[in-house]
Design a protein around this ligand. Sequence first.
Ligand code: UTP
Length: 287
Amino acid sequence: MNIKKVVFPVAGLGSRFLPATKAIPKEMLPIIDKPLIQYAVEEAIDAGFDELIFITGDTKRAITEHFDFKPDLNISNLTQDKKNFLSEMHRIIPDHISCKYIIQKEPLGLGHAILQAKEAVGGDPFAVVLADDLIDAKQGALKQMLDHYKDEDSSIVSVQKIQKSESVNYGIIECNKGSESLVKITNIVEKPTPENAPSNFGVVGRYIFCNKIFSLLEKISVGVGNEIQLTDAIKLLLETNPIFGYEFNGTRYDCGTKLGFIKANISYAFKNTEYAKELSGFIKNLS
Ligand code: UTP
């Protein structure tokens, strides 16, 4: 299957990161020196996607500017070092990749954000990536999912084993036993209490959807948190189409929370040999 389109919903309020997210989307917060959204875009491009569709907020334009920005390399006083840094910026989005920016006028929920991409996606299956779920993996999570994708009537959502006590933060799937990493989903519940959680598989922000999800997103009304919930559309889709849960290889950081964001920054800093030694001494002293 040739899936080329990927949707990045980046129009959430990011209220857990206020005031940092007053003027910029949380997906622009950096892990070391790179904004979350750029990690997500690189993962999608590495997986072979070449049409990037961003669902942006009405007021925060930083993401559009980030990807459109091509610095002028002819500024007269640039040192070679600076030229090298700036020329790297030209390579963020290779020429064969197209970017579309669609405005979600009101933050009515993730389901509503995805629905804004309906026209741009057309009749094809497509992927969705939530950049605030940063996944550190040898092979990108999206590429792993594509490798398990079956046909254009089926869908895959990425899942991760979670502590049951954390179920209130996730969509939780109920499933039949499948292969080691791929299970067939039979039900999904949005943010259940631990007692009501049907499994310890929580959904995280990578999806491949069959096109039918759009007509179901149009049908549903507001759900949990007064938002149009993607989970409700997935539940409806289960009535007619197969949906699989894929447990990816890799470490996921929930960068929608402050603690997850801090952990991601520390972990990525330790990957850099230049910082690792000094950091470990620094952290030992702190603790
Ligand atoms: P979250 O549930 O994390 O919500 O969104 P949020 O608004 O971004 O953050 P908080 O809860 O206020 O701190 C999950 C993903 O869905 C996008 C977000 O940008 C994020 O990638 N989203 C959410 C939208 O694009 N539009 C929405 O209306 C809601």
